[in-house]
Design a protein around this ligand. Sequence first.
Ligand SMILES: Cc1cc2nc3c(=O)[nH]c(=O)nc-3n(C[C@H](O)[C@H](O)[C@H](O)COP(=O)(O)OP(=O)(O)OC[C@H]3O[C@@H](n4cnc5c(N)ncnc54)[C@H](O)[C@@H]3O)c2cc1C
Length: 454
Amino acid sequence: MAQGVDATLSGWGQYEQETCSVFRPERRRELVETVQNGDQPNYIARGLGRSYGDSAVNANGGVLLQQRLNRFTGFDPAHGVLECEAGVSLEEIIEAFVRRGYFLPVTPGTKFVTLGGALAADVHGKNHHCDGTIGRFVQSLDLLTAQGEVLTCSPQQNADVFWATIGGMGLTGIILSVRLRLMPIETAYINVDYGKARNLDQALEMFSGDDERYRYSVAWIDCLATNGDLGRSVLMRGNHADVSDLRSESLSRPLVLRPRRKKSMPIHFPNFVLNPYTVQAFNTFYYKRAPQGRRVVDLDSYFYPLDGVTHWNRMYGKRGFVQYQALFGLDNARRGLVEVIEAVSQSRQSSFLAVLKRTGPQGDGMLSFPKEGYTLALDLPNTGQRLTDLLRRLDEIVLKYDGRLYLAKDAAMTADTFAAMYPRLAEFKEVKSRIDPQCRFSSSQARRVGIVDI
Ligand SMILES: Cc1cc2nc3c(=O)[nH]c(=O)nc-3n(C[C@H](O)[C@H](O)[C@H](O)COP(=O)(O)OP(=O)(O)OC[C@H]3O[C@@H](n4cnc5c(N)ncnc54)[C@H](O)[C@@H]3O)c2cc1C
């Protein structure tokens, strides 16, 4: 059985620290024994800790690190299906499979997440409007349940447990292994069209006007601009490049990943560095200097710009930050987004990392986040009570327009707010109480938002 060590843990936003008993099983057997016989009141899996809030934190309980359970176990080249343990990271998959002509079918904005973490959040990428979430590409998964049983789940087998686990934030058990359909690619490059939108209306028009031409689409949005400039954005939309799109240097090695020089944020920034003036100056500079027109860029530059700076989360200082990701359905998107941006702009607490994406139809995960509409993600520095007040104000706006917040980003939502946003919560709880009647799997977030009582 793995031995636990007391440690303070937080999510990527470093917003709240909690004391947990942390276990790092080296083998599946140790993991099973710990879940079955361990003396903690409950446990939660933790991948690479890239969820922003307390999804992978368990105050006064056990946290089971998954990174050591990261073996590739098979690949079916006829169907492009990868079989591996769930502690494998997306970075490891990219490094092993891009050179064979495969990419991830869906990827979040960082490759430093585990496959288990990606499934537990049912992550979406810049291609959600075309391809949906990662859950659609999972052929089956093996789940370690609270009884120590290994349950194979798929859309055909134990389907209710499967769709509770996809997006279920680790609360149905531990995903041990996954069969995932990869996407064939010709090159390790993306053909990107950069374009500027003067304001939110123009950005929404550009998204809806020709989004079907682009598999990937995303916009950086200036959440401090007001009046006629409100919502001014830089859109970055693209498709996988064919060999014919490449120039000489990359043409000879179309599937070789570009080496990347990494920088690191060595210390936490002092709090005064990020203030409304520096952020506004950055936003104006970024908007004016943004590229325009078509460029061929490598996968890392397009999908993972923040991964180039290790520990970039220290930029927000020791008090940390939250990421607020809201989603509005198509009917309410414009009004909801305008009110959120106005509230953030008036509060003078916005950051420069704000992202707008178009989302496609809802998938089958009971607690999955995306539904058809637009989603806006903003980083908000921790300013204590001012931040709490702003978050409650934003929650009111999101509820008013029938929107929802994303568990993988959330650090502060209340149980009432969560219940109002997720209509399939009762169905999820029914599956959870059937396969985990003693609530062996729990997290700080699950207790806060009322998915579990203990
Ligand atoms: C820079 C950045 C950009 C991001 N961009 C996006 C984006 O574009 N789209 C998006 O959807 N998300 C995005 N995310 C969020 C991120 O993809 C999710 O939070 C993901 O769950 C993190 O995976 P992880 O391995 O770090 O898991 P952790 O953060 O450690 O855990 C997240 C959840 O997964 C559960 N979990 C982990 N491993 C397992 C397992 N083996 N079995 C069962 N449950 C498990 C945990 O219990 C927890 O509930 C982004 C995060 C960052 C930091």
